[in-house]
Write a protein that binds this ligand. Structure first.
Ligand code: 5GP
Length: 122
């Protein structure tokens, strides 16, 4: 799938749309999700045109892959989430219901998040 530069996170990265920013460095931008599903729900996006986790893992330069995942850790640490715990999630493609075609990691925290994902037969 080709990267669509009009997606909402690309527009946030370019400063065309506002976000509630919590972190930024050379590799990543992090901001609060507009429809939080936990007391803390932050999105971390790389500074680069990658559709998904698959695209990012296959195509991003090593420095960006490392910088991005260090940024995810920095966000969680700076928000004070490490002691109580947090969950990272990257929806990829149709079965995972990825809505925005710019790779992003969700960070959920602030309450007991339960175990893993919904059971298959729920
Ligand atoms: P996905 O389903 O692609 O993994 O998650 C996309 C996430 O982006 C959803 O949790 C949704 O609430 C969030 N989102 C969609 N549009 C916006 C927006 O304009 N601003 C922010 N901050 N979050 C958004």
């Amino acid at each position: 799938m080709a990267y669509d530069p009009s997606n909402i996170f690309a527009r946030i990265l370019r400063g065309e749309l506002p976000c509630n920013k919590v972190y930024e460095d050379d590799y990543a931008l992090a901001f609060h999700d507009i429809a939080p599903q936990a007391p803390v729900h932050v999105l971390v996006i790389p500074k680069g045109d990658y559709v998904s986790q698959d695209d990012f893992a296959a195509s991003a330069p090593d420095a960006l892959v490392a910088g991005f995942f260090r940024a995810v850790g920095n966000v969680a640490r700076e928000l004070g989430l490490v002691e109580s715990g947090y969950r990272c999630l990257a929806n990829t493609g149709t079965d995972a219901h990825q809505e925005v075609p710019h790779f992003h990691v969700h960070i959920f925290a602030g309450r007991d998040l339960g175990r893993m994902i919904k059971r298959f037969d729920d």
